[in-house]
Write a protein that binds this ligand. Structure first.
Ligand code: TRP
Length: 415
């Protein structure tokens, strides 16, 4: 496919041999189910993303790639790209090659809902996908994996998980996707073929499953892999096997797609390309990520302005000095200040952010003032989202989930 391909002889074997290092208590552990930074001399560290790139065998999203992106698409890279929030990729150049040649590709992402509403961290890939879809005018398929949550989350019933996935569709729709460009669903085609090409020992090596895990868990990766292949969507691509997808996702989801890339050739499909994001820090700081199950680590789409204000004021880790006097004297550190970090995800204006960081470092801007700015930004984002959500109807949801809803893209004629 590309030069990048030829050097990566087997992404999977690299992972399998690295897996054993993961077992050490001191090493960071990033899997689809666990995200833990390293512990060094009893001290919890943040996730080391450079190390992940090395270990997973992915590529940095560097300035050269961003420049090419801008040249090819005519769009200034999204703030998530400019600020290294989406920081790693596989084969993004191959996708840009296709876009230049007007050859089709599609976007794929997904969500396994463990609650009725998302938190801000869950929204990142969806916000980013919406932008990518606007830039490229390609189909987006979104997989809902209530089955995954049922298999992996203790105490969650299948009915409950299904109910959550229904409310998740509404939330996704509220981000401005159009049903004529987007298909949201659960896809069972191809799953069986995939399941025949993955052995139990591979699943154990890649995902760390053990003999006490139920077979449903072992089988689940086949479900998440199926939408990577264009034949899973006959209504979109007919029987075409050769249309690749680009998957924006959290870096923790990479094992699924590393495995997909390993079996694609055998199954006669192109390898998926990927864009990986960092995790949105918990309110308590970058040593942990926002978590649905710990309410005070996260800001939810359902939070009221008062709740947002309270959470940020009370819990957002401050990079400011211990006292106001010391802060005025020595300044603070915006790089570890959660209120500032959140603004880096939600404020597009680079100059404004630089100015705030600069004043914070000088000590002219206090922690309280930084939090005020951040509260306003997040409150606005969440209430605008809630207003859009209120307008989503059951018919909208049905359209997104109807595989035969009429859909058109720039390459529709060539398929
Ligand atoms: N496993 C993901 C989750 O826990 C859901 C998911 C399914 C997904 N398919 C995906 C995420 C593709 C990213 C890309 O939420």
């Amino acid at each position: 496919m590309t030069n990048e391909e030829s050097v990566q002889v087997s992404e999977l074997s690299q992972k399998v041999s690295d897996m054993s290092v993961d077992q050490s208590v001191a090493e960071q552990k990033i899997t689809p189910w666990e995200v833990e930074g390293a512990v060094v001399d009893g001290v919890q560290m943040s996730v080391d993303y450079d190390k992940l790139i090395q270990k997973f065998g992915t590529r940095h999203i560097d300035q050269e790639l961003l420049d090419r992106f801008e040249r090819v698409t005519g769009h200034k890279p999204h703030l998530f790209l400019r600020r290294g929030i989406f920081f790693s990729h596989r084969d993004m150049n191959a996708i840009l090659d296709r876009y230049e040649k007007k050859k089709p590709f599609y976007l794929y992402t997904g969500r396994g809902p463990s609650k009725g509403s998302m938190h801000l961290g869950h929204m990142l890939p969806f916000i980013f996908c919406k932008w990518l879809q606007d830039v490229f005018d390609v189909p987006l398929v979104i997989q809902l994996t209530d089955d995954e949550k049922f298999l992996f989350k203790q105490g969650l019933s299948l009915d409950e998980a299904y109910k959550y996935s229904k409310s998740t569709v509404k939330e996704i729709a509220a981000l401005g996707y159009k049903p004529e460009k987007t298909f949201i669903g659960q896809f069972y085609k191809n799953i069986i073929k995939i399941s025949k090409s993955i052995t139990g020992s591979t699943a154990k090596a890649v995902f760390g499953f053990t003999d006490t895990d139920c077979v449903g868990r072992m089988f689940y990766p086949c479900i998440q892999i199926a939408p990577c292949f264009s034949t899973s969507f006959p209504a979109l691509f007919g029987s075409k096997k050769d249309i690749p997808c680009l998957i924006p996702c959290g870096i923790d989801q990479d094992p699924y797609f590393r495995l997909t890339r390993d079996i694609s050739v055998k199954l006669g499909h192109p390898k998926p390309a990927l864009l990986h994001s960092k995790f949105l820090p918990a309110l308590q700081g970058s040593k942990s990520k926002m978590s649905s199950s710990v309410d005070n680590t996260a800001i939810f789409t359902t939070d009221t302005p008062a709740q947002i204000k309270n959470k940020i004021n009370r819990y957002a880790f401050s990079g400011g000095a211990d006292t106001l006097e010391l802060h005025r004297l020595h300044g603070g550190n915006p790089d570890i200040d959660v209120a500032y970090q959140y603004m880096c995800y939600f404020v597009d204006d680079d100059e404004l952010l630089d100015k705030l960081a600069d004043e914070y470092r000088k000590g002219t801007l206090t922690t309280g003032e930084m939090k005020q700015h951040s509260i306003k930004v997040i409150q606005e984002f969440v209430s605008e989202f809630q207003a859009k959500l209120a307008k989503i109807t059951d018919q909208d949801v049905a359209n997104f989930m109807d595989p035969n809803y009429p859909r058109t893209f720039y390459f529709s004629d060539s398929i």
